[in-house]
Design a protein around this ligand. Structure first.
Ligand code: CP
Length: 349
């Protein structure tokens, strides 16, 4: 069984193959009947512990356009509110034998953990501030559609890099596709040693004009537990992408949701230079390509580092034992939610 847990698992050839397949699926989205039977009889479980508009709707649409059955689970309103842990929730829903679980959580490393508990193919749809691999893929797709490719392109990722899973996945993906990446923002929002990922660092926007692509990040209030910038007003005065800072030949991207008037001015959000709507549209076709690769039997997501989890596809239907060979006990010592020690040990930038 293959998973998509991290963009690190995909080399350039794998990324190119997925975006090429996504481009073919774009034709389906233009049809009157927007459906193909590629995944008929397969089941996709969308398991969301965190708010989402773009990712959740596009995974649902992607699965339905491939004729898969879809079950949408949101933690709010579920037995999670009665104290059921992530592990027990996964084991319970795995009784329905999903072929894929699309997982979003606020916990770094949760997707990898779930890949050990379920026989389904796991797609990481965002794990805390760690990774968001399908966002990186759809951004590569969007840029390829607009520019033809990003070899040698200069991409500036601006803003709250410290709390951004998108930043980490995109730095890796953009570089694999041949771009030069610079991250810029206040020192408090740029992780120390981020250069280890191969990018350059700037603490002001003086050289922003050298960028071909400006990728703004959302200020992530929900992941900030102390004062990271003196005020949003001061942040905007120094780092907001606005008409004064965005050059006429530059294109602007943002993963959404946008804080208008903070990281982006309203005028640039609404300008023809922004690719935000194209990014949302790309989300559906790229996620179709990912689900197809995982579930069609081609097993093509086996990029470097992809982690087979022991169970064979034939036996990998939910309640099969994980690598340890035994189904987990129903009550976990950490029954309140998730194995904090393991999650805490996950990597984040
Ligand atoms: N870009 C992104 O992940 O958006 P959502 O949080 O709305 O899914």
């Amino acid at each position: 069984m293959n998973h998509l847990l991290s963009i690190e698992d995909l080399d350039r050839a794998a990324i190119e193959r997925i975006v090429t397949r996504a481009a073919r699926f774009a034709e389906v989205s233009d049809r009157e009947i927007k459906k193909v039977p590629a995944l008929r009889g397969r089941m996709v479980l969308n398991l969301f512990y965190e708010a989402s508009t773009r990712t959740r709707s596009s995974f649902e649409l992607a699965a339905k356009r491939l004729s898969a059955d879809v079950v949408n689970f949101a933690a709010g309103g579920s037995s999670v509110e009665k104290g059921e842990s992530l592990k027990d929730t996964v084991l319970t829903l795995s009784a329905h034998k999903p072929d894929a679980i699309v997982l979003r959580t606020p916990w770094v490393g949760a997707a990898e953990l779930v890949s050990r508990w379920s026989g389904a193919a796991i797609v990481n749809a965002g794990d805390g501030k760690h990774e968001h691999p399908t966002q990186a893929l759809l951004d590569v797709y969007t840029l390829r559609e607009r520019l033809g490719g990003i070899d040698e392109a200069s991409i500036w990722i601006v803003g709250d890099v410290a709390h951004s899973r998108v930043a980490r996945s995109n730095i890796i993906a953009f570089q694999r596709m041949g771009a030069r990446v610079t991250v810029a923002g206040p020192p408090t929002l740029i992780p120390r040693e981020i250069e280890a990922l191969g990018c350059e660092v700037r603490y002001d926007l003086a050289e922003l004009g050298s960028a071909d692509i400006v990728y703004a990040l959302r200020m992530q209030h929900e992941r900030m537990n102390e004062t990271w910038v003196p005020s949003l007003r001061e942040y905007a005065s120094r780092y907001q992408i606005n008409a004064r800072r965005l050059g006429p030949r530059q294109v602007l991207m943002h993963p959404g949701p946008v804080n208008r008037g903070v990281e982006l001015s309203g005028e640039v959000v609404d300008s023809p230079q922004t690719l935000i709507t194209e990014q949302v549209q790309a989300g559906v076709v790229v996620r179709m390509a990912v689900l197809y690769e995982l579930l069609s039997g081609s097993g093509m997501l086996a990029g470097p580092g992809t982690r087979p989890q022991g169970a064979s596809p034939g036996s990998a239907q939910g309640t099969s034992p994980g690598p340890a060979g035994a189904r987990a006990p129903k009550s976990l010592p950490d029954g309140s939610g998730i194995a904090g020690a393991v999650i805490g040990g996950g990597r984040s930038v």
